[in-house]
Design a protein around this ligand. Sequence first.
Ligand code: TXA
Ligand code: MG
Length: 354
Amino acid sequence: MNSKTLVLKISNGNFEDTISRAAHILKQGGTVAFPTETVYGLGADALNPAAVRRIFEAKGRPADNPLIVHIASMDSLDRIATDIPPIAFELMDAFWPGPLTLVLMRKSAVPDITTGGLDTVAVRMPDNPVALALIREAGTPLAAPSANTSGRPSPTTAEHVISDLSGRIDAVIDGGAVEVGVESTVLDVTSDVPVILRPGGVGLEDIKKHVGEVVIGYTDHAVGEGEVVRSPGMKYTHYSPKTKVVLVEGEGRAVAAKMSELVESYSEKNMRVGLLITDETAGYVCADEVYSLGKRDVPEDAARSLFAGLRYLDGEDVDVSVSIIIVDGSVKCCGVGVAVLNRLRKAANELIEV
Ligand code: TXA
Ligand code: MG
């Protein structure tokens, strides 16, 4: 299956034709990767079990890890979810289209394979013209996890998708680099007090303005054997390059001092060192390969660079070949910065707090 992946590049004047070709593949039960505002998603008809199975196969994704169902209009909500609480409608009003996923009670039209057998379904309306047009043209909600091989950093460009999934999916729409760079915030609104299952593109502070009380239901590490989780995705390792990642967290100057000490000691062992680093820290530390996270107090820039940086330093785009990646964790931990630090902690093999 899918011996060749069709690359459909959006350019002047071909938008409608591209969407209609991609939608045709989806209607036939195929898989198409497409840009959303957060990361690239790997889409298939959410209501067609055979199509959804292809997503799991292409990604090598564990079958109990449910998918987010993407819709383009409020009319579709009725087909997939039921018993929707008023707070959910308020949040949709405030944040849709946008990087907020709501976990709702599911309707039986959504097959088990899409929800990993759960009685809930995760739903979002993405804020990207390609994604919205594709869902509309396909005429069905699209199940779409991030379009990476399971466990790898999420894709923020079509090249990342191709690097992971070429030959394993039917097509990818190249709509350029995404805007947000980390995945959506996942909020479970099926209980009395909503639970944040994953920090993401919408900041906790903004959600709290609407819901008041929320429970933090995620961890910053891969959950161990035997721990109870509300979101199956928490059990699995995430965002990991092949190269070892060391994350240094703390106040700016202390992080810079620790990072330069680490660079020195690894270099003495003849290791080539790569840095994923804020502009401020970069004034104090240098190494063989450097990728910028932007300014410390602009977490939006770090969000956009994070996955591309991990992939670059892992030697994906060019032959970078470093034997260790040291990451600057002094990015401001508010808004989307909470998601940035969450992803960095999950990607790291070692966390040093200074
Ligand atoms: O920004 C995003 O959300 C991207 C783009 C493509 O939309 N998608 C994405 O999907 O990140 P994925 O599959 O990589 O992550 C979905 C997360 C997983 O952690 C999964 O366990 C959780 O959402 N999830 C999905 N359905 C759920 C449910 N019914 N209950 C609890 N957690 C759920
Ligand atoms: Mg993912």
